[in-house]
Design a protein around this ligand. Structure first.
Ligand SMILES: [Zn+2]
Length: 395
C-alpha cells in the first residue's frame, strides 16, 4: 500500500557508535547503547511500514481499572506529531536531565508508543512499566482505582513536558509592566515569557493562549490577562429541546460573565472593587486542541454525571468566532475521542481514534481493537475530544 509510505515517514537519527566515545561515563554509554537499540527499532519501523503491524491496531491490557489510562494513551498514540516524536527518537535529544523524573517517564512513554507501532503479532501491549513511571510522577495514580481520564491527560502531558523542556535554567521574573501595550502585543509578549520558561514539543503541540478581558461596569476600563491553556473544559449547554452542539458549549464557555458581590475585582482605574464583566477569547490556537466536556459535577468527587448528547463535527470545526483578533488559523478536524460510559460510580473508558496511516476509525476498548464507521464516533459517551488544526489553515 503506497499510501502508507506517503502518510508517515520515520527518520532514523544518526547516533554515534559506542566505541567512538570510550571516555563517556558509564551511564552515558548505557544511554548511547539504548540509542542504538532504538535505531534498530527505527529500522524495524521502516521494515514494518507497509505491514498491518505498523498501523498500531494493538490494544492495551487492562491492569485493573486502568481503562482511563488506556483510553488516553490510545488518543495520544494516534496524535501523529507526538507519535513521530517518539518513533523517530527525536525526544532523546531533548531529554532534560535536570528534570524531576530524569527523563524516565518520557522514555517509558516513547517505549510504549514504539511497542504499539512496531510490535508484530496481535497481542495487546502491557503498559505496566509505563504505569510505574506515571505513578512515580503523580502518586495519585498508585493503585488500581478508577480515575478521571482528563486529569490523567493533564498529569501525563505535564510530566512529559517537564522531561523534554528545552529550558534548563528558568529566567528570573519580569518586572516590566505590559499593561500600556496594545492587547495583541501584550499577548505576544506574554506568550514569549511563557516560552522562556516552558518550551517543549508538548507545548508546541498542545498549548494555546486564552485572553480574559475584565471590564469595569462603573468606568468602562478594560484590563486583559493572558494565560496559557493545555485544554479547554467546556460546560455542557442545556437546552429545553433540540440537540446541544459543541459550538453551544463553546459559546457558553466564552459567554460574558458578571462578577459581582464577593467576586468583585478591583478596578485598576477606579482603585476600588467594582462590578465587572469577564469574557474569554482565544488569543492563540494550539495545533492540537483538547476539548473536555464537563460531564462530571466535580472531577475528584464525582456526584453526578450529565449524559447529554453533544453533537460535534468530525471535520471543519470552525472556531474563528472565538478568536481575540481576526484569525484564519482556527479550523480543526477531529482525530480522537476518549469516551466514558456508565455512571459516576462504575464507569468504563474507551477511545475512538482515526488511524493516521489509513484515516480509518477504530474503537480501542482496552485489549480489543475493532474497526468502526465514522458515523458512530459521535455519542453521548464522548468525554475528551482531540482536534487537530487543519493543515490548510496552518499557513
Ligand atoms: Zn472602574
Amino acid at each position: 500500500m503506497p499510501s502508507l509510505r506517503r502518510s508517515y515517514r520515520v527518520t532514523v537519527p544518526e547516533d554515534p557508535p559506542v566505541t567512538a566515545f570510550p571516555f563517556l561515563r558509564q551511564d552515558l554509554r548505557r544511554k548511547t547503547s539504548t540509542m542504538l537499540v532504538s535505531t534498530f527499532v527505527g529500522f524495524l519501523i521502516n521494515q514494518a511500514k507497509n505491514s498491518k503491524s505498523a498501523q498500531a491496531l494493538l490494544g492495551l491490557k487492562n491492569l485493573g481499572n486502568t481503562c482511563f489510562m488506556n483510553s488516553i494513551l490510545q488518543c495520544l498514540s494516534n496524535t501523529q506529531s507526538l507519535r513521530d516524536y517518539c518513533l523517530n527518537n527525536s525526544y532523546r535529544r531533548e531529554l532534560n536531565s535536570s528534570s524531576r523524573g530524569n527523563g524516565t517517564l518520557m522514555e517509558e512513554f516513547a517505549r510504549l508508543i514504539q511497542r504499539l507501532w512496531t510490535s508484530s503479532g496481535s497481542d495487546a501491549v502491557g503498559p505496566s512499566e509505563f504505569k510505574t513511571q506515571i505513578q512515580k510522577y503523580a502518586p495519585r495514580f498508585v493503585g488500581y482505582n478508577q480515575q478521571d481520564a482528563q486529569e490523567f491527560l493533564r498529569f501525563l502531558l505535564d510530566g512529559l513536558h517537564n522531561e523534554v523542556n528545552r529550558v534548563t535554567v528558568r529566567p528570573r521574573g519580569h518586572a516590566e509592566d505590559l499593561d500600556h501595550l496594545p492587547d495583541d502585543e501584550k499577548g505576544k509578549r506574554m506568550w514569549n515569557r511563557y516560552l522562556e520558561r516552558e518550551d517543549s514539543k508538548i507545548v508546541d503541540l498542545f498549548v494555546g493562549q486564552l485572553k480574559s478581558s475584565l471590564t469595569c461596569c462603573q468606568c468602562g476600563y478594560c484590563s486583559t490577562v493572558f494565560d496559557p491553556f493545555w485544554d479547554l473544559s467546556l460546560p455542557i449547554a442545556k437546552k429545553g429541546h433540540g440537540e446541544v452542539s459543541l459550538m453551544d458549549c463553546m459559546r457558553l464557555f466564552t459567554k460574558e460573565d458578571v462578577l459581582d458581590g464577593d467576586e468583585k475585582p478591583t478596578c485598576y482605574r477606579c482603585k476600588a472593587r467594582r462590578k465587572c464583566t469577564k469574557k474569554f477569547t482565544i488569543q492563540r490556537f494550539p495545533k492540537i486542541l483538547v476539548l473536555h466536556l464537563k460531564r462530571f459535577s466535580e472531577a475528584r468527587i464525582r456526584t453526578s454525571k450529565l449524559s447529554t448528547f453533544v453533537s460535534f463535527p468530525l471535520k471543519e470545526l470552525d472556531l474563528r468566532e472565538f478568536a481575540s483578533e481576526n484569525s484564519t488559523n482556527a479550523v480543526y478536524n477531529l482525530y480522537a475521542v476518549s469516551n466514558h460510559s456508565g455512571t459516576t460510580m462504575g464507569g468504563h473508558y474507551t477511545a475512538y481514534c482515526r488511524n493516521p496511516p489509513s484515516g480509518e476509525w477504530y474503537t480501542f476498548n482496552d485489549s480489543r481493537v475493532t474497526p468502526m464507521s465514522s458515523s458512530q464516533v459521535r455519542g453521548s459517551d464522548a468525554y475528551v475530544l482531540f482536534y487537530e488544526l487543519a493543515t490548510s489553515s496552518r499557513m
